[in-house]
Design a protein. Structure first.
Length: 63
């Protein structure tokens, strides 16, 4: 048995290029939830690398 089960829902607001995010803000984008590590605007989640502003919180399922 076991397994990780289904990913959680993408319940964070969808990322928007024109929005400003502060550290700790969460968004959903590309089937993942993301948390901003610091103030950011216009940086697409998944493009900033492991040392970038967006921390990947893991896969999620669209509502």
């Amino acid at each position: 048995g076991g397994g990780d089960g289904d990913p959680g829902a993408c319940d964070a607001p969808v990322w928007s290029a024109g929005s400003v995010y502060s550290g700790g803000d969460t968004v959903s984008f590309g089937g993942h939830n993301w948390r901003a590590k610091w103030w950011v605007t216009g940086e697409e989640p998944g493009t900033t690398g492991e040392w970038g502003v967006w921390e990947d919180l893991g896969a999620c399922a669209a509502a």
